[in-house]
Design a binder for this molecule. Structure first.
Ligand code: AP5
Length: 221
């Protein structure tokens, strides 16, 4: 089982890089943000609860988030591992993930931090468009689709996320960075943390992530 955690501030490129790692490693990409957005579209109780927090740029409470993630990880396609994108987001979630995996004789193999300074995050989020059906990310200047307004991968229309409005972007950055730092310290302490410079072109960041994975435990945090 290979369990990877992708860490980074909102807009650091977790979703973009998770797709690359998924294709390379053949394990599913599980994004809690995508799970919440699907729950909102389906108007489930989880979706109704999550929406209030997401619209305000705040984290959804740990209890509902941990339950949702554990249910997703228990599905058969994750038997050989997964790439977690957007989870854990708090120290409580990180501890819960450790316990869940320990119960299966497993652990987080690597926590990959995509490091991007705040100024660049605002530019990335305010220019992002995602596809309506699967959330594949594009950018108005940094990652254009072949046909304007249409996803290269599944042909669905591109839309802006509700939480990518300037006011919500600022709220996300202000309210979530302390929690991110706590999770980074958690993985520094376990020895799983690997940091990659995220302020480079998308392909260079992918190469950096694959390099640290190939280097295995020899890589320095
Ligand atoms: P979530 O969907 O996880 O959003 P996020 O963490 O804010 O991260 P993003 O998806 O915005 O960014 P990303 O890092 O994936 O960047 P991307 O690859 O798209 O969560 C949304 C909300 O759900 C949260 O605010 C919270 O309310 C809730 N939630 C989710 N998980 C939770 C949890 N565990 N606990 C509690 N609440 C939770 O890239 C961004 C843009 O930049 C794109 O346009 C892309 O094309 C471009 N780009 C990417 N890489 C590069 C590069 N190297 N150079 C130039 N442009 C780039």
């Amino acid at each position: 089982m290979t369990l990877l955690v992708l860490l980074g501030a909102p807009g650091a490129g977790k979703g973009t890089q998770a797709a690359v790692l998924r294709d390379r490693l053949g394990i599913p990409h599980i994004a809690t943000g995508d799970l919440f957005r699907a729950a909102i579209r389906e108007a489930t109780p989880v979706g109704l609860e999550a929406r209030t927090y997401m619209d305000a740029g705040q984290l959804v409470p740990d209890g509902v988030t941990i339950r949702m993630l554990e249910e997703r990880l228990a599905r058969p396609d994750a038997a050989n591992g997964a790439i977690l994108d957007g989870f854990p987001r708090t120290a409580v979630q990180a501890a819960a993930l450790d316990s869940f995996l320990a119960g299966r004789g497993s652990q987080v193999d690597a926590a990959l931090l995509i490091d991007v300074p705040p100024d660049a995050l605002i530019e990335r989020l305010s220019g992002r468009w995602i596809c309506q059906s699967a959330g594949h990310p594009y950018h108005v200047s940094m990652k254009l689709p072949a046909v304007p307004g249409i996803c290269d991968l599944d042909g669905s229309p591109l839309v802006q996320r509700a939480d990518d409005q300037p006011q919500t972007i600022r709220a996300r950055l202000v309210s979530q960075l302390d929690d991110l730092n706590a999770v980074v310290e958690h993985y520094r302490a376990t020895g799983a943390l690997r940091t990659v410079d995220g302020l480079r072109p998308i392909d260079a960041v992918s190469a950096g992530l694959l390099d640290v994975l190939e280097a295995g435990t020899a890589g320095a945090a």
